[in-house]
Design a protein around this ligand. Sequence first.
Ligand code: KG4
Ligand code: ZN
Length: 347
Amino acid sequence: MTDDQIKTTLDKSERITIFAIESSCDDTSASVCVNGKILSNVISTQTIHKEYGGVVPELASRAHIKSIVPIVDQALIVANVELSSIDAFAFTQAPGLIGSLLVGAQFTKSMALALDKPVITVHHMQAHVLANLIPQHKPDFPFLCLTVSGGHTQIVLCEGPLQMKVIGHSLDDAAGEAFDKSAKLLGLPYPGGPLIDKYAEKGNPAKFKFPEPDIEGLNFSFSGLKTSILYFIQAEEKKNKNFVRENLYDICASIQWRIISILLNKLKKAAEQTSIKNICIAGGVSANRQLRKTFEQTGEKMYWKTFIPPLEYCTDNAAMIAIAAYYKYLAGDFADLTVSPSARAEW
Ligand code: KG4
Ligand code: ZN
């Protein structure tokens, strides 16, 4: 179904208001969406994890508990919507950190129970894909989406808002992990992805060569890259103990270039195999400036129509949960109040 077809199935006077919460990892976010249009998307990113070099699950749950009430209030104020006008309450059900998911799930279910409204559960990775349906400029179906986040790397074939199939995935680390773990090896704090993005801008991507793994089909692997970076740094630091500090920009640019080439080479292969020309990217790593640029340049060469969500919808956010829930609402796909979150999820 196209977006227009879906809209004509709605009564013209019908106003569907969805309230959504995202709390799967270290961002607490709430959003209000009316008939597929995002009215608010308030995000609080936890900073406490920086000093630990990664997300500490127990600290993440506690931080969600602290921030969820003000974030929910703020999302309603920005959207200028009364709680009583909300038609359904949605939350990220999986995958993610179980303690973090529980905070969003319990809060959302309590609101729905108190207001006697339905609950909608959303799969976090499907929501990342559907973030591409938020802007005015959106892809027609079918489209392919390269979803690159901190926990997953997938190529998704999307035939409708609720008809998606993973046709390629990482066999080990996700692209976001490749960024974060490489950054850690360089002594940079968590999350390292945005820092590599920043330093790479000043570096030479051809200065150091890191290998591209030879993985069959549309799957990815990033763990070999991490090991080769580790051995490379160890060998160079034996010769010059200031090697990383003196070459930081070039190392970041070279690592980033390799991660991007691994991602886009597989995406090209997927486009070729499926003959699909509408191509999207999504997920936290799609905030990477060089990936966005190279993706668009590749698209021009390959005659693709390319789509990238605005930055606020790339990293974790509740707007993508709200848009996914809106399509589930139209399909009548509701959950009951006994539903619980899950750390892992079947697609
Ligand atoms: O989608 P996301 O916000 O959370 C998960 O669902 O995992 O993705 C987080 C990941 C982290 O690994 C982070 O380092 C990476 O996205 N990331 C970036 C950039 N911004 C966030 N990686 C590279 N360049 C960026 N600008
Ligand atoms: Zn995510």
